[in-house]
Design a protein around this ligand. Sequence first.
Ligand SMILES: Nc1ncnc2c1ncn2[C@@H]1O[C@H](COP(=O)(O)OP(=O)(O)OP(=O)(O)O)[C@@H](O)[C@H]1O
Length: 214
Amino acid sequence: MKYAELKAIGLQHGFKRETLWQIDYLQLQAGECVHLRGENGSGKTTLLKVLAGLQRPSAGQVLINQQPVRLGDGRCCYLHQQPYMFDKTVRANLAQVLASRPGAKHEKCERVEQALHWSGLSHHASQAARTLSGGERQALAMARAWLCQPQFWLLDEPIASLDEKGVERCVQLVSQLRQSGAAILMTSHQQGALTALCDSQWQLHQGKLTTEGG
Ligand SMILES: Nc1ncnc2c1ncn2[C@@H]1O[C@H](COP(=O)(O)OP(=O)(O)OP(=O)(O)O)[C@@H](O)[C@H]1O
């Protein structure tokens, strides 16, 4: 993956005139894997959504490769803890991602099969997505994002409700992303195999972000 950089400058956000956090500067680069920590309500989810362009900050800006992040920005994906599934098969959930994109039908079908393989979901391809286990749903959400080839992956509590097998699957997928050179920023209240993949830690505390490692 080629060099990519996400930067936030003078970022501030809050609700009802109260400041949730104020971050003078942050930077996430291709190949980095960062664990964002902070107590409940410290503003981690809000920060990930702002970085992904899903929420506008009260002040400041987020830039990806020097260009402002936009709503629906394909360069950066935000993955929710409980991903939404379309009421279709796993394969159709993947195909939906590519439906409105340019490209020949056979190429799109091939990409979908690659995404099934990448995520380890090939043998669930014809299963209704809403019947998947929590870990399999998380894998499907990652496979859908993978089809868009984002450079930045913002994972919000990806293993919060997963059992051991689900955690293992998630660790494997995040390792694959790391190897591909993607940048990953994840929140997790659990320390373990997933957070061990991270090379630095950021902490949100009382409205300020501190960084260490890397
Ligand atoms: N749309 C909103 N309107 C008002 N307050 C909000 C809104 N979204 C979030 N908040 C508040 O902002 C604070 C930070 O929420 P956020 O979900 O970002 O925290 P978090 O660090 O991710 O928490 P957790 O670890 O519990 O998931 C919380 O007090 C929350 O109630």
